[in-house]
Design a protein. Structure first.
Length: 118
């Protein structure tokens, strides 16, 4: 496993959080309130929401989100298998998106071929 010294991303620290908050306090407060609201128990339980967040974090490729939401998922009693399965769902969706968007390339290829044949 890697250590913080081996990563290109600076570690998330309380000092970093304070700096961000000092530069945009109203936005940080609003974001934190929004986040609390989104992740509280509702139609979906908190564990499920954290598993969704782990999957989305992998699609958005946010290393801080991956670490934070994996930690939160474990705190909500998600198993390692559940977390890995959520990551595989994200992987399929990302790959599926690329495959589905091939329709755009196919459409452009057909337009190009049509103009070549006209």
């Amino acid at each position: 496993m890697s250590t913080d010294k081996e990563t290109i991303f600076p570690p998330a620290t309380p000092e970093m959080s304070k700096k961000r908050a000092s530069l945009a306090p109203d936005q940080v407060k609003a974001f934190r309130n929004f986040s609390k609201e989104v992740f509280k128990e509702g139609a979906l339980n908190e564990k499920t929401k954290q598993l969704i967040a782990v999957a989305v974090a992998h699609v958005t490729q946010c290393p801080y989100c991956i670490k934070g939401h994996t930690k939160q998922a474990k705190k909500k009693d998600a198993t390692n298998e559940e977390i890995m399965e959520a990551i595989w769902v994200a992987s399929e969706m990302r790959a599926g998106g690329a495959y589905a968007h091939a329709a755009l390339a196919l459409d452009e290829m057909e337009k190009h071929n049509k103009t070549e044949n006209d």
